[in-house]
Design a binder for this molecule. Structure first.
Ligand code: C2O
Ligand code: CU
Length: 624
């Protein structure tokens, strides 16, 4: 009972979230858990819910009854939100995993691969205590969480924080705004995200229905890539040689390669379904370097959400999803009871670029009385290089404006056109380089190959520390050529290396056109922006035409995403309002391109009002 009363006392004396939160870290066990739930309710709601004014008027509630009712109400709350929590503990540590007949040590969260699922309601704020019990510096990023006025715990290494060193901890605040559906979290330092990642289920606010019939169950479908070798070694080798990193040995669904790989069959991921029911697949592409096609034999798939925002339903035989993207997909179990494959493999548009061309599978198994076949056939998937299929899919997705509080900006104050390019750098004297023609592979935006600094840009910006970054990222390509021509010499445009950022005024209406180039290798680029979602107003193949293409922009129901696929030798246009002050990373979500420098940073200045200003950092920011 004292444990139960304690929160009541806190409730009476603390009206702010800060204090609630402080209380949570001070009380133990049962009380702490209950308090965590209670802390998600604002004080105002507590008073109005708890002490109905009309009852006060008739004088039924006495001073003794009041706390009793409060406790009752407070217990009912636990039942209501038993799925979600406001505090999580993430212990990053090594664990042994066996895949493809061999065992290795991988970095995990809480020993799990994929890591734990975060469950939260739209608009809530939660906390994750991240403990680094591993051997490497790490950071954790909450991909798709917009973090309004909270860049400090966004996570990208050397952009918003220094990494958490082994033995250290960092308490990260996650401010959900209007995300709903599925997003995810992953490590954001070196290549650790290969195994350090998990899904975030964001439910609508209480009493708000889904914009589709409520599915029977949530099922995570997390795609990944597995290397038999240590991923740090894969990264180290490619940095040392200047060549592309070794391709993965398997693709995985929820950590499992599936039936088609050696030593994998017994542990293939199985979705048990009942005929007539609908399942909510929470799909994450956590692969490092591969855009994927996936499908389910004899079933259609209906996309109802993407990147944490619901969409108009899009029903297709297959889906195309890039690293960084997430989708809410409905699977109707409306076929003959049987076993069916869910299968995924690469979409790889780069001519002559090596990639993992294996196929991962999971099984959809109907529960009923029947004899399953001894072998299953694979579903239809487009060819590896079927750009038409990929382009048709990605350009068919439509947003759901009625669910999205941010209208599409129609007047643009800041226009940016940027190339996204794979390049080469000359081999320094005395080194052997194994990139194309003995060069070093690089990548750039507007011909700047981004160099990650040694202290984080956010701290440098906030405390006016000179020498960490430079402003003046070019608003247009510094050198114009036929970006998507068939034959471009690999040395056409040797990028400059630097740490150049874009400074945006608070409230600027920004349009960015990403222009793919065919320099070292034309390929699709999934471009991701932290701190925002953006409206994808247009896509095209070939060069962007500034006078013609904007006339076809979709300003009515564009998808509202955080990761956009820039089609191979083509372009994509996005719009957003810079209403989130802070430092925000933008990068290609193909990990190798990020390592090569296909990224930049946006600094969004403070506005005038106090709620347009970046607050000071939390006290436990990791030191460099
Ligand atoms: Cu999925 Cu910069 O992150
Ligand atoms: Cu890329």
């Amino acid at each position: 009972m004292p444990g139960v009363l304690l929160p009541y006392i806190y409730a009476a004396f603390s009206q702010t979230h800060m204090l609630w939160d402080y209380a949570c870290t001070r009380v133990n066990s049962h009380a702490a858990i209950s308090l965590a739930y209670a802390s998600t309710i604002k004080w105002k709601e507590v008073t109005t819910l708890d002490f109905p004014p009309n009852l006060w008027r008739v004088g039924i509630i006495t001073g003794l009854l009041k706390p009793f009712l409060q406790i009752l109400w407070w217990f009912s709350l636990i039942g209501l939100s038993s799925q979600t929590r406001s505090h999580y503990k993430f212990v990053v540590r090594e664990a042994q995993y066996t895949r493809l007949c061999s065992t290795k040590s991988i970095l995990t969260v809480n020993g799990k691969f994929p890591g734990p699922t975060i469950k939260v309601h739209r608009g809530k704020t939660i906390f994750v205590n991240v403990y680094n019990k591993g051997n490497y510096n790490i950071t954790i990023h909450w991909h798709g969480v917009k973090q309004p006025r909270n860049a400090w715990t966004d996570g990208p290494a050397y952009i918003t924080q220094c990494p958490i060193q082994p033995g250290m901890k960092f308490r990260q605040k996650l401010v959900f705004f209007y995300e709903e559906g599925t997003i995810w979290w992953h490590a954001h330092s070196d290549w650790s995200r290969a195994t350090v990642h998990g899904v975030i289920n964001v439910y609508p606010t209480k009493n708000t229905p889904y914009p589709f019939p409520k599915p029977h169950a949530d099922i995570p479908i997390i795609f990944g890539e597995w290397w038999t070798n240590d991923v740090n070694e894969v990264l180290r080798q490619s940095v040392e040689t200047g060549a592309a990193p070794n391709i993965s040995d398997a693709l995985t669904v929820n950590g499992q390669p599936g039936d088609l790989y050696p030593c994998s069959m017994p542990e293939t991921f199985k979705l048990n379904v009942e005929q007539g029911r609908t399942y909510h697949l929470r799909v994450v592409n956590a692969a490092m370097n591969l855009i994927l096609f996936f499908s389910v034999s004899q079933h259609k798939l209906t996309v109802v959400g993407a990147d944490g925002m619901f969409t108009r339903p899009l029903t297709r035989d297959f889906i195309c999803i890039s690293p960084g993207q997430t989708m809410d997909v409905l699977l109707h179990a409306n076929q003959e009871p049987n076993h069916y494959y869910l299968a995924a493999r690469a979409y790889s548009s780069g001519l002559g670029i090596g990639f993992d061309n294996t196929t991962t599978t999971a099984r959809v198994e109907y529960s009923a009385n029947y004899t399953p076949p001894s072998s299953l056939s694979l579903p239809y998937l487009p060819n590896f290089n079927d750009t038409r299929a990929a382009f048709d899919f990605i350009t068919s997705l439509r947003g759901l404006p009625e669910r999205c509080p941010n209208p599409v900006p129609t007047t643009i104050t800041t226009q940016i056109v940027t190339t996204v390019s794979v390049n080469t750098l000359p081999c320094p004297k005395g080194r052997t380089c194994r990139g194309p023609n003995g060069t070093i592979l690089a990548a750039s935006m507007n011909n700047i190959s981004f160099q990650t600094p040694n202290t984080d840009i956010l701290k440098a910006y906030y405390y006016h520390i000179n020498g960490v970054f430079k402003t003046g990222f070019p608003r247009f390509p510094p050198f114009m050529f036929n970006f998507t021509a068939d034959l471009l010499p690999i040395t056409l445009n040797i990028p400059k290396q630097g740490t150049k950022v874009n400074v945006l005024n608070y409230g600027a209406s920004v349009e960015i056109v990403f222009q793919g180039t065919n320099i070292a290798a034309g390929i699709d680029h999934p471009m991701h922006l932290h701190g925002f979602s953006f409206h994808v107003v247009g896509y095209g193949l070939g060069n962007f035409n500034r006078s013609k293409d904007p006339m076809n922009f979709n300003l009515v129901d564009p998808p509202y995403l955080n990761t956009v696929i820039v089609p191979v030798n083509g372009w994509a246009a996005i719009r957003f309002v810079a209403s989130n002050p802070g430092v925000w990373f933008m990068h290609c979500h193909l990990e190798r391109h990020q390592v090569w420098g296909m990224e930049t940073v946006f600094i969004v200045k403070n506005g005038k009002a106090s709620n347009e200003t970046l607050p000071p950092p939390p006290p436990d920011m990791p030191p460099c």
